[in-house]
Design a protein around this ligand. Sequence first.
Ligand SMILES: *Cc1c(COP(=O)(O)O)cnc(C)c1O
Length: 418
Amino acid sequence: MSQLAILGGEKTRSTPYPHWPVFDERDIEAVTSVVQSGRWGGFPYPGPQTREFLERFVEMQGGGYPVLMVNGTVTMEVALRAADIGWGDEVIVPALTFQATAAAPMAAGAIPVIVDVDPENYCMDPRKVEEAITPRTRAIIPVHLGAQMTDMDAIMDIAERHHLIVIEDCAHAHGARWRGRGAGTIGHFGSFSLQSSKILTTGEGGILLCQTEELQKKAESIINCGRPYEYQGKIHYTMGANYRLGELHAALGVVALQRFPEQMKQRNEAASYLEEALSEVPGVRLLRRDPRHTTRAIYIYGFAIDPQVFHNTHEVVCAALEAEGIPCDTGYPPMHRYDLFQPRLSRLPVPSAFPDRFDFSRLSLPEAERAGERESVWLDESVFRDGQKGIDDVVTALKKVVEHGEELARAAARRLEK
Ligand SMILES: *Cc1c(COP(=O)(O)O)cnc(C)c1O
């Protein structure tokens, strides 16, 4: 085999993977007609595009009372506030996720409690959730990470026994199903991001699915500056802010949903093909395919490398893969290492008020550390939209990197010495 591209050899793949987001004339027409209608913003809520987009989203996802808002972080903050969770309450979150999963409880005045992940799927480990429960625990935020889903049977069982609210972070899970039920419709809330990298995007945006109409009405008021709302013949007030999304974004969502089922099928077929092919690559460990996870959504796709077999940790392996033309990265670092959550580096109200409960540097979360600091490799979504050739290139590049592992390690060591 030829030399590694990172050491000056030829790239496995010289053409880029397909661009994201995709668009065509329909998006341009949809936005144009909203511009011409003069109804651009999100007030009064919901506008006609918002209404149509949410109706179709609920149909696709399979349930819930939806609220459209500006992103997939405030969705979780609003969910917590709608459930009356706030100052000093504890919210359990997994160690491998985007910072939003912990920032949202902090914005609501609550304390994120970080727990370790299950090494077989990199999602929150239900046993660790159970161990982390205290009298102050009010909610759990499982994150359906990459192509995986958290064990929702176990999470809902824990939540029922301890009277906790469950907010599913579905930023990666549009279209995913657990025993036939849509992600985000199993817990009390489902939070979806529509940010431009996600598999369903309106540029920016977020959808909160609520389990009841009552929670939906309350969440709608919170995102609508706390305007009073009527429920069951009574007028209610919330303390809110403007978190509404505009109609231009909603119009893009209506079109994006027309393409979504076909894209999903394409990604899922590519993922199954990848899994067959990866079983031949030494040192690669696939994550679990839980039979209860009946439909997958492929945003980023994670697997583990064995640093012994590769002679390198994931950082060097990803750099070598990138050089081969394969878009990937090492994924989320374990969240308890983030500077953002160190009390001395943050002047946010919650860490300042509860410095002892915020010192995450004391935590030891071995599975998240093993994955996030040494082993996890996450392939970009675009890899799954280029048919078999797109996947074959990944496998060829990985084989090349593992075969040249020792040489790569020597080069990496030389670079460190310099
Ligand atoms: C993208 C993402 C979010 C929210 O993203 P926004 O940019 O606020 O829409 C939340 N959780 C996870 C895991 C994400 O990847």
